[in-house]
Ligand binder design. Structure first.
Ligand SMILES: C[S@@+](CC[C@H](N)C(=O)[O-])C[C@H]1O[C@@H](n2cnc3c(N)ncnc32)[C@H](O)[C@@H]1O
Length: 197
């Protein structure tokens, strides 16, 4: 019993973790900055990974009002509508999802709510400035830092957004040069490397 409690305490060590999926500003295939459309699959699958690894909230970020309304309709169906009764596990995961208009607004809101700023960590298949390794980030988290992990859509996060963050997480690498993962896969791998047992 004592041992079990000790394990529970150590699982809880660390700050709070938030995820953000950015639909703006991201690149399209011509490296133009665009707003991408949200996909049902990303919302559902990332929410499940978030729930599994103890994430506080998963924010879908889009300035497009029509996309925000679409997200709310999906969430309503699966949380308070018939979908929630049909599939309670999905409901439990989707309850973590929220919408925000911009990353800037989200950082301000979280900072006000928690009375401290989370470390804002960008992710990419490419290495860049202000890189941080998985090991160092894990250390910061264990010492109590709150983390906001930011993921891109389309052809990836527009470089201009990097100014709003603290670090770029080292890319996930497989066995060869190719490492362009679907965002759902990248989220799951990163959550497991940082918080998996
Ligand atoms: C550029 S989007 C591609 C979206 C794609 N259309 C999809 O279906 O997911 C993929 C996002 O996942 C993350 N990602 C992809 N590959 C990664 C890697 N090797 N290391 C770290 N993050 C990665 C980044 O956040 C990136 O912006």
């Amino acid at each position: 019993m004592v041992e079990e409690n000790a394990v529970k305490r150590s699982e809880k060590a660390g700050g709070k973790v938030y995820l953000a999926l950015l639909h703006y500003p991201v690149y399209n295939r011509n490296r133009e900055v665009v707003i991408t459309a949200l996909t049902n699959l990303d919302v559902h699958d990332i929410a499940r990974a978030a729930k599994t690894y103890g994430v506080e909230k998963f924010y879908v970020i889009t300035p497009a009002k029509s996309q925000q309304r679409l997200l709310k309709r999906i969430l309503d169906h699966w949380i308070s509508g018939v979908g929630g009764e049909y599939n309670p596990e999905r409901k439990a995961a989707l309850e973590l999802v929220d919408v925000a208009s911009s990353l800037e607004d989200l950082i301000v809101d979280l900072t006000v709510e928690e009375r401290r700023k989370p470390l804002v960590i960008f992710t990419s298949a490419k290495m860049g400035k202000n890189a941080i390794s998985f090991a160092r980030l894990k250390e910061k988290y264990k010492k109590g830092a709150d983390l906001l992990l930011v993921f891109g859509t389309g052809w990836g996060l527009a470089e201009e957004i990097f100014e709003q963050g603290d670090f770029l997480l080292e890319p996930i690498r497989g066995i060869g040069e190719y490492n362009h993962l679907a965002v759902r896969s990248a989220v799951a791998i990163i959550l497991d490397r940082l918080f998996g047992r």
